[in-house]
Design a protein. Structure first.
Length: 729
């Protein structure tokens, strides 16, 4: 063996040299040691299995472990057999011992034999790494890919504190300065491990380390306390794995809001909240969340925000991402997979961000998002959130509220009015090729919400909305879909894109309802097919005033009601028979300015004392059904051309099943002479000639019939006898 006395001071005595040479020939000794002659500095250099002393080949084949602990009596012990036996003798003599003190310096150099240095064990409280206290200089062999280092403080009795790891500075520190380790420039290719105490600690990682193409992976293990790990950076090839134990762990990744320094994977397989801070980033334009890491213990990953992925496993109960911008733009987040029991929360940066839930090319759609997703938009309030369920192929039921979107299997979305647009399968959105039920129970205030039923026969129920936004609803592409608008506080636009017949109900889901909750304007547009439109106010006890307007020339129509301030607009040409209105019980007024000639119009006035004023009708049928009470129906009286009753076309039928109707035919504004015929057979009566329309009534429903002719000189032919207000033969 060649001694290193030249490098550390005065050589040993001849007797000491002879004794040392004898001891190093023993096969159970795997190190060489030399000290200063006066032995006062307690500074030793070891070459373990080394190249600077006689080669000692371990029986294990050279894969040796060198362990240093405090023996509990204030002395440092070492072991080379995995802790089976220890020695306090550091030199050639039994008295060559080292104190467990910060005044002690110890350097350990590993040779090229894939060895390990372990500082501390979990054997006892005194054997913890923080009990060693000495200033340690630990050196891996340059070019060796498997040398490893362990700092084990699991049994430390000390209070919580901070463990520091600074790869570039080659420094490792303990909570109270009791761990003082300096690493050499050669990386520990087998990795460095730091095991914290049970107290609940902070692990501060400035960066992992790589040198000469060799990365030093870092593994951090917490105890049962509440640990926090801060990962500022990782070097290429030098991953950081965080296993924080059973406590409430927190892993923070990023340095001052940037992930630019994450050049090797950060891996979090254990229980923790994982916070990814990228708020200061102005370069990353896309981020992807999926389960394609290939790491069995941490299969889920976030890529795109940092040069290397951030991977996590089932123990991560919360994933929080704070995003930045991409120059003047925002970031696009592709949220393709989330794991069950992990809540993923993404807060967008200042500019317009896009959050795409589910990969349209991946079978199952939203089924792949098993864990809940929470989205907060940035300051611009222009962020777009899109749920794409187009690749799912089931009959699903969806529920949308002002803060959530949910369906079975899908972990659900939570959002708020910080976003600008919520799109549920826009262009083949929210829904599948199956038959879906979509319940809109609310929308976020100021947000534009788009819902598309896609390809099946869908039922979409709008039960309520927010304010100051817009709700756009597109029913399924297969004939037979139904859209029910029960209540709204913002504009609702309904698009029907099937080639066949669909149904739209205003005020209910098809049965009796009320329109008092229709406070936002409703616009209905059909594409290649047609639909049935029905208005329901049967359960409304208040008196309402309705106004009906149609224009076959302009192909526009609208219905308004005083109980709800909204106007419902539609295209008459899109309608199929019948267009129906059902009034409530408060005594209603219906002002019919024009009906359409495309379909019949059924007007059920309600059970109160109702009034119907008909100014003009299209060339189709208008049925006026008085359901009870003492109703008044006035046909004509127009003051604008065509005057009087001359705007009435088609057929008008008047009846009142449980009540009676006072019917007035008012052509008094007409300046043209008309030839009219009134015929009554004792059951029904018919008026023709007084207007272009044929007017029919049932005798049992009529409490009185009044005919007002115009000033042009009219001719009336009456067949029948009037008795008690009705005509009989």
């Amino acid at each position: 063996m060649r001694l290193l006395s030249e490098s550390i001071g005065q050589g040993l005595s001849r007797r000491a040299r002879r004794n040392l040479g004898t001891r190093t020939r023993q096969r159970n000794r795997r190190f060489a040691v030399e000290s200063l002659e006066d032995r006062t500095l307690l500074s030793y250099t070891f070459t373990y299995g080394g190249v600077n002393g006689p080669q000692v080949v371990a029986e294990s084949g050279g894969n040796d472990s060198f362990t240093v602990i405090n023996n509990g009596a204030g002395l440092l012990e070492w072991s080379t057999d995995g802790g089976a036996t220890y020695s306090t003798q550091w030199g050639s003599l039994p008295t060559d011992t080292l104190n467990a003190s910060s005044a002690t310096s110890l350097t350990i150099n590993l040779g090229a034999d894939n060895s390990a240095i372990d500082i501390g064990t979990a054997q006892s409280a005194t054997s913890a790494a923080s009990g060693v206290l000495a200033a340690l200089s630990l050196n891996a062999f340059a070019g060796n890919l498997s040398d490893s280092l362990s700092i084990n403080d699991a049994t430390s009795p000390l209070a919580s504190g901070t463990y520091g790891y600074n790869g570039p500075a080659r420094a490792i520190s303990g909570p109270l300065g009791d761990i003082n380790v300096t690493e050499g420039t050669a990386a520990f290719g087998g990795g460095t491990s730091i095991i914290g105490s049970n107290a609940g600690n902070t692990f501060a990682v400035a960066s992992t380390y790589a040198n000469a193409g060799i990365g030093e992976p870092l593994s951090i293990t917490g105890g049962p306390g509440n640990d926090t790990a801060n990962i500022d950076a990782t070097a290429v090839g030098a991953t950081a794995t965080l296993s924080l134990g059973s406590g409430t762990g927190i892993v923070n990744v990023g340095n001052a809001g940037s992930l630019a320094g994450i050049n090797a994977a950060v891996i979090v397989p254990s229980s923790a909240t994982l916070n990814i801070g990228d708020s200061a980033d102005t370069t990353s334009s896309t981020a992807t969340l999926d389960n394609l890491s290939g790491n069995g213990s941490a299969p889920y990953e976030v890529t795109g925000l940092s040069p290397a992925p951030i991977e996590y496993g089932a123990g991560v109960t919360a994933l929080n991402i704070t995003g930045g911008t991409s120059g003047a733009n925002g970031v696009t987040y592709a949220i393709n997979n989330t794991q069950s029991l992990t809540t993923t929360t993404i807060t967008g940066g200042a500019n317009k961000n896009s959050f795409n839930l589910s990969n349209a090319a991946e079978s199952g759609g939203l089924d792949n998002l098993l864990g809940p997703v929470v989205v907060h938009g940035g300051a611009s309030h222009t962020d777009v959130v899109t749920l794409n369920d187009s690749s799912a192929n089931f009959n699903d039921a969806y529920t949308i509220t002002s803060t959530t979107v949910s369906r079975i299997v899908f972990g659900g979305l939570t959002y708020d009015s910080t976003i600008g647009t919520l799109t549920l399968l826009a262009e083949n959105l929210l829904g599948t090729n199956g038959n879906n039920t979509i319940n809109v129970n609310g929308t976020a205030n100021t947000v534009t919400t788009n819902i598309n039923g896609q390809g099946g026969v869908d039922t979409i129920n709008v039960n309520g909305t927010g304010t100051l936004g817009v709700l756009n609803v597109t029913a399924g592409a297969t004939a037979g879909s139904t859209v029910n608008v029960v209540a709204d506080n913002e504009p609702v636009n309904v698009s029907l894109n099937s080639p066949g017949a669909d149904t739209v109900n205003i005020g209910s889901t098809g049965g009796p309802g009320t329109m008092t909750g229709i406070l936002g304007a409703i616009g209905i547009i059909d594409g290649p097919g047609h639909y049935t439109l029905a208005f329901h106010d049967e359960n409304d006890p208040a008196a309402q005033t309705w106004m009906l307007n149609n224009s076959d020339i302009l192909d526009t129509a609208s219905v308004a009601m005083t109980g709800g301030i909204a106007t419902v607009s539609y295209r008459p040409a899109d309608l199929t028979s019948p267009l129906s209105f059902s009034g409530g019980g408060g005594g209603n007024t219906f002002d019919v300015n024009k009906t359409t000639s495309h379909v019949a119009t059924d007007l059920s006035t309600g059970v109160g004392n109702d009034t119907v004023n008909v100014i003009a009708t299209g060339n189709n049928t208008l049925n006026i059904h008085g359901q009870a009470g003492l109703d008044v129906v006035d046909l004509g009286s127009s003051l604008v051309a065509p005057l009087g009753m001359q705007g009435l076309n088609g057929t008008i039928n008047v009846d009142n099943t449980l009540g009676s109707t006072a019917l007035t035919l008012d052509d008094s504004q007409d300046t043209t002479g008309q030839t009219a015929s009134l015929t009554d057979n004792g059951t029904t009566g018919t008026m023709t000639g007084l207007s272009p329309a044929t007017i029919n009534y049932t005798d049992a429903s009529i409490s009185g019939l009044t005919v007002n002719g115009g000033s042009g000189g009219n001719t009336f032919t009456v067949k029948g006898t009037l008795v008690n207000g009705a005509f009989v033969p």
